[in-house]
Design a protein around this ligand. Structure first.
Ligand code: PSU
Ligand code: MN
Length: 306
């Protein structure tokens, strides 16, 4: 059985022509951003990829297929939909087989990108080890996916709601290259600097592309995390956010929010507690990541495939 991939005309044309492609996720649309801004942002992310010289491929599960790129009406249908599952590695196949709709997280988008032969993917921030993970064992499947699927993921670090030191430890254990983009500091999503060092640093898209291909040549499975700090003018200082994050986490615990619901709950509460400022920052960093991913995709397209 071949995997059920359904290409958008734009993504298919880019693949035919050997033009660079950038994968985009869909959980950010259905679970990460409030309606109706989500549609606007989904379109803006695609446009940012185009302006930077690559073709966007937003991944989702719709109509029994993995959609590689969504045409305008499909993007709108996804953004307006209410009962869309949040899909990670564990539930991608079951949801597809059942013919139900689903939005892909970082982990699931990486799997879809690999199936489509797309090497670069842009998101906001990856999932990671949650605070209190030593008791809850809540560590995102995104980290394990980075360890096994050969896709370079451009993100503004891991979300600041997480336990960032433990997230970096897990990534190191799993052998995932964490690359600071033009920075020595690991970024913290809404802030440029988590106070933790980035294990690697690169300053040119071609370096990222060559390192990606070299891992493949060496037979080292897994991808790379390219940690791209939020633009300075959009940043929210970590000190401003710290008490609000603590409050949102305390509320999640009091309401016994668990499993897949944790990240959407925390992002939603922080949006409310910052009067929407966290949303503007989230959008700015995601656009910034889409542009950088397109640059890396262009360098990859210029390298021989193996
Ligand atoms: N980046 C954002 N907003 C989001 C996410 C990423 O700016 O909502 C999503 C991604 O899909 C990521 C998921 O994979 O949050 C992590 O969820 P969890 O912690 O349950 O693994
Ligand atoms: Mn989790």
């Amino acid at each position: 059985m071949t995997p059920p991939l359904l290409w958008s005309p734009e993504a298919a044309a880019a693949r035919e022509a050997g033009r660079p492609l950038v994968a985009l996720e869909s959980t950010i649309i259905t679970h990460g951003l409030p309606h109706p801004r989500n549609l606007e942002v989904a379109r803006a992310l695609e446009e940012a990829v185009r302006e930077a010289g690559a073709a966007p491929a937003t991944m989702a599960v719709m109509d029994g297929a993995i959609r590689v790129g969504l045409a305008e009406d499909d993007l709108q249908r996804l953004a307006d939909a209410r009962e869309v599952a949040k899909l990670s590695r564990a539930d991608l196949a079951a949801t597809l087989a059942a013919g139900r709709p689903g939005a892909t997280t970082v982990a699931a988008t990486m799997i879809c990108a690999r199936l489509a032969g797309i090497e670069v993917f842009a998101t906001g921030g990856i999932g990671g080890a949650h605070r209190g993970a030593e008791a809850s064992w809540d560590v995102s499947a995104d980290l394990h996916e980075l360890a096994r699927t050969p896709v370079t993921v451009v993100a503004a670090g891991a979300k600041a709601i997480l336990d960032l030191p433990r997230t970096l430890e897990v990534l190191e254990t799993l052998g995932v290259p964490v690359i600071g983009w033009r920075t020595d500091a690991f970024p913290a999503f809404w802030s440029r600097d988590s106070g933790l060092p980035a294990p690697l640093r690169m300053d040119a898209p071609a370096e990222v592309a060559r390192a990606h291909r070299m891992r493949g040549a060496l037979g080292i499975e897994g991808g790379q995390l390219l940690a791209n700090p939020i633009p300075a003018e959009a940043e929210i200082p970590a000190a401003t956010l710290a008490p609000l994050i603590a409050q949102a986490i305390a509320e999640a615990e009091a309401q016994a929010i668990s499993a897949k619901a944790v990240t959407p709950f925390l992002l939603g509460r922080i949006l409310e507690l910052t009067d929407g400022a966290s949303l503007e920052a989230n959008i700015a960093l995601a656009l910034n990541n889409a542009r950088l991913a397109a640059q890396v995709a262009r360098e990859l397209a210029a390298l021989p495939r193996d």
